[in-house]
Structures are given as structure tokens and as C-alpha cells.
Design a binder for this molecule. Structure first.
Ligand SMILES: *Cc1c(COP(=O)(O)O)cnc(C)c1O
Length: 421
């Protein structure tokens, strides 16, 4: 459920008409609903209320400081994957003790940044990383709390570009070698083992892969405890999917996901961490765009928007579907026409959707891409020197620009022509 609905014939975010935001901030623009964010975060809290837990929001899904602050104010921790994201979490007011650092390629500089600024745990993904962290922490007279990310070799049954839990993926340490690597970690200076981490992929619409992975995690917990390790924390990763099509059967709910966790590891007495990103912020955002032209092609009509693949990459990158809806509510029984919805970028890949059924559209009409809150703005670029798409947050009847659209002058000012030219 989200808070984007038609009221008096116009699509609203909570109490604000999207056309009002278009007039104030221009298009294209991302628009987020605070009430939806709070609702989704609350559902995960409920799902884990049977145990000690921390919800570490996956910053990479949407890293705007206003979004991070809103999450932090509800008690969220953060899962970061770069020094930049770590800095964002700190800037949003999240203390280091609530930040988990994931990622296969943490540099020594990034690890130092986190050790100096405070860190809840590093999710270590390889032996070379483990040794580098040990050396660094030891040289700083610090102790790095770690979980080791274990790759359970489970098929997450999702898009291949976002599946991370199969043995051929670059992530984590093969589960067959986990005990050996924990044994090494326990001996290394500057390292304190706290738990186990898994993250098997994104946009999972089936709970089975989770159940398989978490059963392996439970077995590993027992085995590591038998080996003498103190395992007090289990990081279950993120990845719970969202309904991108409103006409489809919905993916499992957070409460059902929480039950899968409880069934698998509930008896181990560990603190539970989860790292949801998409499920919290995905359906809390839309991308609002204007029609520039309606162009008659050979056997089809093109709806040419002012939003393009550089603003919302998911369709071009993953073949992803986003429902595209008119901002003016179609009258009941109105005729619809098929449109190929495209952007202005000079690539055929800049096609959002083909044959989208919409009422007759005119230049200047507004459309909204639904479910665009996650992996939308964060993946945007300035390809074709199109200014980075701005972001707006709605809360009740108020709204604020939380990232302004840069001017062309600002964009050009970042380049330098060498003096010796
Ligand atoms: C991307 C990622 C997440 C979040 O995934 P979602 O599908 O957005 O929930 C969580 N943990 C790690 C380690 C990730 O890389």
C-alpha cells in the first residue's frame, strides 16, 4: 500500500497534487511519500517484534539525506557499501554504532574512515579483505567488529543481474569454507567476530530461497559455536521484492518474511539484523514526467517524455517494468490507445515501455512512473548533459525539494580545460 492516489480526478502524493509539484519544481522529478516510507519501515519493525533486532536500511536504494534522516528518526540503522554512503549516513545523523559496512571491495581508506567514525560491523566478503582490515585495525590500536558474508549457493529466483547468493556470484565466502575462514578470523589481531551475514539477492518474490539460505545459516551458527566462536548477531540481508505491476499477484509481506526468519533462526538467541532497501522505498516514490511530443510512427505512436533512461535506468538496464499512469484520472470507459513510451536520449534503449495503454495524450500532459523510489534517483546520470533529476519529499500537505535540479552552468563548471591547451 502506498499514498499515491487520485483525488478529485488528479493523482496526489498524500495531500499534494502532483501537478502542483510539477509547477513548482519542474519535470522530470522524483516524488517521495513520507507516510509510505514510515508505513513500510513499521511493517518490518512489526515483522521482527518477537526479537532483539536492528533494521539497517540499505542506503544504496535511495541515499538522499532527507530520506536517511526520516529513517534514522524511526530508529533505523544503515547498511552502506562505500565511504560515500558511510558519509551520507553520518551526515544524516546516524551514529557509527548503527552503521553496517557491506561490499566486496572496501578500500583501506574506507575501512579507516569507518573505524575512525565508529562502526557497528564490517560484513567481510573475502580473506584478503579480512587480512587488510586486521592489519589496519591493529595498526590503529582498534578492534574491528565483523560478520563474514557467507555465500549459501542458493538460487534467489530473481533477475540474474541482482542475484547474489549463487556460488558463481562475486559475493561472500563459499559456505563450505566458512569454518576455516572464521578460524583464521578468530586468530587475527584487531578483529572481533560477532556474527554471520548473508544477502542472496534483490527483488525476491518467493520466500523459499530465504528459507533455504537461513536454514544453512542456522546450521553454520551451531557449527561455529561448537568451534568456540561467539555468534551473537545474524545479518539476514535484504532483498524482499515489491509489486511493480498493480495487476499482478503480490510478493510476500514483511510479516511473512519475519516468520521465515523466526522459523529458521528464532531459537538461536541471536540479535537479528535485516537490510531492506527496495521494499521500504520502492513504492514510496514516483517519477513524474511531461509529454514533450506525441509522434506518429510507422504503425505506432510514440509518447516522447522529458524523462529518459538517464533519469530512470531500470527499464534499460534490467528490462524492468514500471506502471506508467496519467496524472489526470481517465474518465470511466474512456478509450485507450497503445503508446511506445520513450525519452529524448539518443539511444534506442531509451524506451521505457511499448504498447502502454493510455487515454489520448497531448503535449504538456503529465504521467507518473510508479514504484520508482528505489534504484531510481540513485542510478541517475547526466548522460546527454541532462541535469540530474531533482527530488521532492511530500509529508501530509507539505512538500520540499530535497535535491535541486542543477543548472547547466553548474554542470559545465565541474569540467576544466587544461591551461596548456
Ligand atoms: C543491495 C543490498 C541490500 C538491499 O537490497 P534490497 O533488494 O534493496 O532490499 C541489502 N544488503 C546488501 C549487502 C546489498 O548489497
Amino acid at each position: 500500500m502506498d499514498h499515491f492516489n487520485y483525488q478529485q480526478g488528479h493523482l496526489h502524493a498524500e495531500e499534494v497534487a502532483l501537478s502542483r509539484i510539477a509547477a513548482a519544481a519542474g519535470t522530470p522529478v522524483y516524488i517521495y511519500s513520507a507516510a509510505t516510507l514510515r508505513r513500510h519501515f513499521g511493517l518490518f519493525q512489526q515483522a521482527l517484534d518477537w526479537t532483539d533486532h536492528m533494521i539497517c536500511y540499505a542506503v544504496k536504494a535511495n541515499s538522499n539525506l532527507a530520506i536517511l534522516r526520516l529513517m534514522a528518526d524511526m530508529g533505523a540503522g544503515m547498511d552502506v557499501v562505500s565511504g560515500g554512503e558511510y558519509a551520507r549516513a553520518k551526515a544524516a545523523g546516524v551514529p557509527g554504532e548503527r552503521i553496517v559496512f557491506s561490499g566486496v571491495g572496501k578500500t583501506v581508506a574506507e575501512m579507516r574512515q569507518a573505524l575512525e567514525g565508529g562502526i557497528r560491523q564490517f560484513n567481510v566478503e573475502s580473506e584478503p579483505e579480512l587480512r587488510a582490515l586486521s592489519q589496519l585495525a591493529d595498526s590503529m590500536g582498534a578492534e574491528a567488529p565483523i560478520a563474514i558474508r557467507v555465500n549459501p549457493d542458493v538460487d534467489a529466483k530473481t533477475h540474474e543481474k541482482i542475484a547474489t547468493g549463487k556460488s558463481e556470484n562475486k559475493f561472500g565466502i563459499p559456505i563450505a569454507r566458512a569454518r576455516e575462514v572464521y578460524a583464521e578470523a578468530a586468530k587475527l589481531p584487531g578483529i572481533r567476530v560477532t556474527g554471520i551475514d548473508m544477502h542472496i539477492g534483490s527483488q525476491l518474490t518467493d520466500l523459499d530461497p530465504y528459507a533455504q539460505a537461513y536454514a544453512k545459516m542456522a546450521d553454520l551458527t551451531r557449527a561455529l559455536r561448537a568451534d568456540g566462536h561467539e555468534i551473537t548477531r545474524l545479518d539476514m540481508g535484504g532483498g524482499l521484492g515489491i509489486p511493480y505491476r498493480r495487476d499482478n499477484s503480490a510478493p510476500p509481506l514483511p510479516i511473512e518474511y519475519g516468520q521465515v526468519i523466526r522459523d529458521a533462526v528464532g531459537d538461536l538467541g541471536c540479535e537479528i539484523e535485516i537490510e531492506p532497501g527496495r521494499n521500504i522505498v520502492g513504492n514510496a516514490g514516483v517519477l513524474l514526467a511531461s509529454v514533450i511530443y506525441v509522434k506518429q510512427g510507422e504503425g505506432r505512436d510514440f509518447l516522447i517524455l522529458d524523462a529518459a533512461m538517464n533519469d530512470l535506468l531500470r527499464p534499460a538496464m534490467y528490462g524492468a517494468h514500471h506502471d506508467i499512469v496519467p496524472v489526470n484520472e481517465p474518465a470511466v470507459g474512456v478509450d485507450v490507445l497503445p503508446y511506445d513510451v520513450v525519452g529524448p536520449v539518443c539511444e534506442t534503449g531509451d524506451t521505457f515501455q511499448k504498447g502502454t495503454q493510455l487515454p489520448a495524450m497531448l503535449a504538456g500532459d503529465l504521467v507518473a512512473f510508479r514504484s520508482a523510489g528505489a534504484y531510481g534517483a540513485v542510478m541517475a546520470s547526466e548522460y546527454n548533459t541532462r541535469p540530474l533529476v531533482p527530488e521532492v519529499l511530500v509529508d501530509g500537505d507539505q512538500f520540499a525539494v530535497i535535491r535541486a535540479r542543477p543548472s547547466i552552468e553548474e554542470i559545465l563548471s565541474r569540467d576544466t580545460i587544461p591551461e596548456w591547451f
